[in-house]
Design a protein around this ligand. Structure first.
Ligand code: SF4
Length: 205
């Protein structure tokens, strides 16, 4: 007979959630439950994926990406990189992986947005997850990431990434895996304002 830990390991084998899944979970933990445990898809207007598609399209039109890269003391870059980590059960696309002069690497994310004196938590979380994937796959230290705001004349903002940020992200990934594999019903979002437009509001108690 298999131990509980072994069963859990087997269940997790091959499970890869996306960076978007994590961002949605952070927006409201229940999305994951409805999508993966009850198999109720979100409507087409799934905010992160649609938003991402639009951003990619618009930023390609608007950005001189080489110019942005040169400003960051970067010796080389890889673009539109798909990275997966079977160890940490996550996958995602990084707009650019920058190889910096100080020997570290950093994710760069283009946002079809204006900078308004504030970096949204979602942006930072996205960079941390990308950094986690880069660090593992390239085996090079990542201690910062960059957001390029294409509607603010390609203003680039640097965001520091600490070990504690990686630890928090890994904890969140584990919570999501628990929802998916153990059917743990998550708490509601802390902000009921988010429920107003939610496609699950009729079934969500
Ligand atoms: S109704 Fe509110 S709590 Fe329920 S899934 Fe939607 S946002 Fe989350």
């Amino acid at each position: 007979m298999q131990a509980a830990g072994e069963n859990q390991k087997e269940a997790l084998e091959g499970t890869l959630i996306t960076i978007s899944d994590v961002l949605e979970y952070l927006f409201c933990p229940r999305f994951i439950f409805y999508m993966y445990c009850l198999d109720i898809p979100q409507h087409e207007e799934n905010r992160f994926k649609v938003q991402k598609g639009r951003e990619v399209h618009e930023t390609r039109k608007l950005t001189n990406r080489d110019h942005t890269r040169k400003r960051l003391n970067c010796t080389r870059k890889e673009s539109e990189v798909f990275i997966a980590s079977s160890k940490n059960h996550i996958k995602g696309i990084v707009d650019e992986v920058l190889f910096l002069e100080d020997g570290t690497t950093a994710p760069l994310e283009y946002k079809f947005a204006e900078y308004k004196d504030k970096i949204f938590k979602t942006y930072k979380n996205q960079l941390i997850l990308q950094a986690l994937l880069i660090q593992e796959n390239y085996n090079i230290e990542v201690n910062r990431g960059y957001i390029c705001f294409t509607r603010s004349n390609n203003l680039v903002k640097e965001i520091e990434i600490k070990t504690s940020d990686f630890d928090k992200s890994l904890k969140i990934i584990q919570e999501i895996l628990d929802v998916m594999h153990k059917g743990v019903y998550p708490k509601t979002t802390r902000s009921s304002r988010k429920c107003i437009d939610c496609c699950y509001r009729n079934i969500c108690v």
